[in-house]
Design a protein around this ligand. Structure first.
Ligand code: 5GP
Length: 194
């Protein structure tokens, strides 16, 4: 972990919210919960790009059970901090592979829940046996909809980056998770790319 609690990305200052060690502790707990429930069946893990790639990498290795891994990209039109409600989905597998199988959606962060609902609706049309969601972070103050089955940590409705999550494609590489610092918060221009 860096000793400096601040990073600057595209001119905005972010403050550390969760260290890499704290994140790994959360990931281990989530993996344990999922394995307890799905030890005897092979999950189809649907990793939501791009933001969940780092989380999914650590989670799937911590689960260490046989599973299939595939990717889905969901983009809100406008790609701003607030979801527009219209979500464009690209699914990188043959959807017939979902039929009668248990699906685990792996998300980095759920804010309003609109993106997750669109993903669930999209996957449901291919008749999986079940659909569950694991998200590393959830913003309960802004969330509406079907709650994810596995939630790593609830956070305030603030903009975060790091550990796969970006600000205009910056900051994804960071090992820790950072929150937009209050001194620079308040602008409406903060955007991400999934
Ligand atoms: P929704 O509001 O539909 O739940 O969230 C839409 C998408 O916006 C999420 O899947 C995630 O990619 C992105 N998102 C939501 N909150 C944040 C945040 O605080 N930081 C970043 N980098 N992306 C976010």
């Amino acid at each position: 972990m860096s000793t400096d609690p601040f990073v600057v990305v595209h001119g905005k200052r972010f403050k550390r919210l969760l260290s890499a060690e704290e994140i790994q502790g959360i990931v281990r707990q989530l993996a344990h919960q999922i394995v307890q429930r799905h030890r005897s069946e092979e999950l189809v893990c649907v990793v939501i790009l791009k933001g969940a790639f780092m989380f999914a990498n650590d989670l799937i290795r911590a689960m260490n059970i046989p599973c299939e891994i595939t990717f889905l990209r969901a983009q809100s039109y406008g790609a701003h901090m607030y979801s527009s409600g219209k979500v464009h989905i690209e699914f990188f597998t043959n959807h017939q592979r979902l039929q009668d199988r248990p699906v685990l959606i792996i998300e980095d962060i759920v804010d309003s829940g609109l993106t997750l609902q669109a993903i669930r609706d999209y996957l449901a049309q291919y008749r999986p046996k079940s659909i569950e969601t694991v998200t590393l972070l959830l913003k309960p103050d802004t969330f509406q909809g079907t709650p994810p089955e596995y939630v790593g940590k609830a956070i305030a409705p603030l903009f975060v980056i790091g550990y796969g999550m970006d600000y205009n494609e910056g900051g994804r590489y960071l090992q820790d998770i950072y929150v937009l610092d209050s001194e620079t918060a308040g602008t409406q221009s903060t955007s991400n790319n999934g």
